[in-house]
Design a protein around this ligand. Structure first.
Ligand code: NAD
Length: 488
C-alpha cells in the first residue's frame, strides 16, 4: 500500500462531529490526535466534543425520532441494504482505515468489514419482520393486541478493538427498529465510525437519525446524555469496569441497557480432542486481532496427557508468525493499540512468570517504533497467576493443565466473566455436557471462532446482558406494548 494512498484515504475521512445531518466542529473548536499504533505517528486530528455538543447531538436524535419511527419498515430496510452494498464495494478503503488507526493486519481488517457489513444485511432483512400478536383474552371479553414499538433515542458507545463491527452491530438494529441514535466511538479509533457515518449519509440517511460525537473525555461527554430523560436506551460495548459505572448512571433514568463487556474465555482441550483442530482453533481464538478481542481465549485448560503435544504444536505455529505493520504483506501480528495495552499485557505476563510459569516464546514488549508485543507462549501457569482471572488483551497463549472433567469445568467456570468458552473433544456426549455445564453466553465446540451476524452474541455474569445480532438483536431496540380492546 503506497503512502500516498494512505494519505488520500485519511484526507477523505471527515474529522468533525456529525450532528443533525451536518459535519460541524465542537463548540470549543478543540481537536484530538488519532495515532497509527505501528509508528506512533499522528494520522489525523478530529473534533473534540464538549458535553454541550453531546446534548446537541441528542437534541438532533430526539427531533428525528418520530419521523424515523414512522418511516416504513421497508424503507428502513432498503437504506440498510444500500449501506451494506456500498460498504462491501468500499471494503478495501474501510479495511485500510481500520488497519491504520487500530493496527490489525489488513487481511483481518477485510474480515471485519465483511463481518461488520453482515449486520447491515441481516437487520435490513429483520426490519420488515417486526411482528406482534393478537388474540382473545381467556374470559372472551377482550381482544389483546401485542405490538412492538421502537424504544426511542439511543446512546451507542463502542470500543476500539473492532472499530467497524462494534458500531454496525448497534447502529443497524437501532435503525431497523426505528430508533435514532447518538454514537460515541472509542477515542483511540474514531475514524472508521466517522467514515461509516459519511457512508450512511451517502445512501440517504435522514438528518439526525444517526449522530456521531467524539471526545477526549468520554465520561464528561456521556454523563449529561445518559442523565437526559429524553434518552431511552444505552447500548455499551467495552470493559466491565466502565459498563458497571454506566449502568449505575442509567439506573437513574430507568434506561433500557445492553451491555457487551469483558471476557476471560476458557479454551478447554480434552484428551480425546483432535489436536490439530484444537491448534487451528487456538490460533484463531487467541491471536485474532492480536489477542485484543473480548472473545479471545484467555486460559488454555489442557488435559495433562496432551498438554506437551499441544504446546509443541502451538509453539511451531507461533514461531512462524510475522510481526509488523498491518499494511505489510504476510503480517499476522500487528501492534497493540497503545502503550497502556503493552504495559497491561506485560504486567500480567511478568506476574505469571514470577509465580512459576515458563516463557517458551516471547514474554516481553518489542523495543523500537510502535507498540508491539512479542507473541508469547507460557506453559506451567500456576493457579495463582493473575492472567487466569483477568482479561489479557495481547498475543499471549497461557497453558494450564487438568486431569478430570470436573476439574476442567471448575477451572473454566472459575471466573467472574462468562462471555464465551471453547471446548475441543471428539466425544459428542461430553460436548453436550459442556454446553450445559459451562457458564458462558456462547460456546465454540471444536471451533475457535463463533461470531456471526445471525448469532445471538453476548455474555452472562460480569460479561454483560442483552444480545447483539440474530433475531434477539432487534428486540434490544423494541418495547412490547399491550393493548386491550373490549369485544363489544
Ligand atoms: P473501555 O471500557 O475503556 O471503553 C469502551 C468505550 O467506553 C469507549 O468508547 C470509551 O471511550 C468509553 N468510555 C470509557 N470510559 C468511559 C466513561 N467513564 N464514561 C463513558 N464512556 C466511557 O473499553 P475498551 O478498552 O475500549 O475496549 C476493551 C474492552 O471492551 C475489553 O474489556 C473487551 O473485552 C471489551 N469488549 C467487549 C465486547 C463484547 O461484545 N462483549 C466486544 C469488544 C470489546
Amino acid at each position: 500500500m503506497s503512502v500516498s494512498a494512505e494519505l488520500d484515504l485519511l484526507a477523505g475521512v471527515p474529522g468533525q462531529l456529525f450532528i443533525g445531518g451536518r459535519w460541524v466542529d465542537g463548540e470549543q473548536g478543540g481537536t484530538i490526535p488519532v495515532h497509527d499504533p505501528s509508528t506512533g505517528a499522528v494520522i489525523k486530528e478530529i473534533a473534540d466534543a464538549t458535553p454541550a455538543d453531546g446534548v446537541r447531538a441528542l437534541d438532533a436524535a430526539v427531533a428525528a425520532q418520530e419521523s424515523w419511527a414512522a418511516t416504513a419498515p421497508r424503507a428502513r430496510a432498503e437504506l440498510l441494504r444500500r449501506a451494506f452494498d456500498l460498504l462491501v464495494e468500499r471494503r478495501e478503503e474501510f479495511a485500510l482505515l481500520m488497519t491504520l488507526e487500530m493496527g490489525k493486519p489488513l487481511a483481518e481488517a477485510r474480515g471485519e468489514v465483511n463481518y461488520g457489513a453482515e449486520f447491515l444485511r441481516w437487520f435490513s432483512e429483520e426490519a420488515p419482520r417486526i411482528h406482534g400478536r393478537y388474540g382473545l383474552n381467556p374470559e372472551g371479553t377482550g381482544r389483546m393486541v401485542v405490538s412492538q414499538r421502537p424504544v426511542g433515542p439511543c446512546y451507542l458507545v463502542t470500543p476500539w478493538n473492532f472499530p467497524l463491527a462494534m458500531a454496525t452491530r448497534k447502529i443497524a438494529p437501532a435503525l431497523a427498529a426505528g430508533c435514532t441514535s447518538v454514537v460515541k466511538p472509542a477515542t483511540l479509533t474514531p475514524l472508521t465510525t466517522l467514515a461509516f457515518a459519511a457512508l450512511l449519509e451517502e445512501v440517504g440517511l435522514p438528518a439526525g437519525v444517526v449522530n456521531v460525537v467524539t471526545s477526549s473525555s468520554a465520561s464528561r461527554l456521556s454523563a449529561p446524555i445518559i442523565a437526559d430523560p429524553r434518552l431511552r436506551k444505552l447500548s455499551f460495548t467495552g470493559s466491565t469496569e466502565v459498563g458497571v459505572r454506566l449502568m449505575e448512571q442509567a439506573a437513574k433514568g430507568v434506561l433500557r441497557v445492553s451491555m457487551e463487556l469483558g471476557g476471560n474465555a476458557p479454551f478447554v482441550v480434552f484428551d480425546d480432542a483432535d489436536l490439530d483442530k484444537a491448534v487451528e482453533g487456538a490460533m484463531l481464538a487467541k491471536f485474532r486481532n492480536i489477542g485484543q478481542a473480548c472473545t479471545a481465549a484467555n486460559r488454555f485448560i489442557v488435559h495433562e496427557s496432551v498438554a506437551e503435544a499441544f504446546a509443541a504444536k502451538v509453539q511451531e505455529r507461533i514461531s512462524a508468525f510475522k510481526v509488523g505493520r498491518g499494511t505489510e504483506d504476510g503480517v499476522t501480528i500487528g501492534p497493540l493499540v497503545d502503550d497502556n495495552q503493552v504495559h497491561a499485557t506485560d504486567e500480567l505476563v511478568q506476574d505469571a512468570i514470577g509465580k512459576g510459569a515458563r516463557a517458551v516464546l516471547g514474554g516481553a514488549p518489542i523495543a523500537g517504533e510502535g507498540t508491539f508485543y512479542a507473541p508469547t507462549l507460557l506453559t506451567d501457569v500456576t493457579p495463582d497467576a493473575r492472567l487466569l482471572r483477568e482479561e489479557i488483551f495481547g498475543p499471549v497463549l497461557a497453558i494450564t493443565t487438568f486431569s478430570t472433567e470436573d476439574e476442567a469445568v471448575a477451572l473454566a467456570n472459575g471466573t467472574e466473566y462468562g462471555l464465551v468458552s471453547y471446548v475441543f473433544t471428539e466425544d459428542l456426549a461430553r460436548g453436550h455436557r459442556m454446553i450445559d455445564r459451562l457458564d458462558t453466553g456462547m460456546m465454540g465446540l471444536n471451533t475457535g471462532l463463533v461470531s456471526n451476524a445471525a448469532a445471538p452474541f453476548g455474555g452472562v455474569k460480569m460479561s454483560g446482558m442483552g444480545r447483539e445480532g440474530s433475531f434477539e438483536g432487534i428486540h434490544e431496540y423494541l418495547d412490547t406494548k399491550y393493548t386491550l380492546i373490549p369485544v363489544s
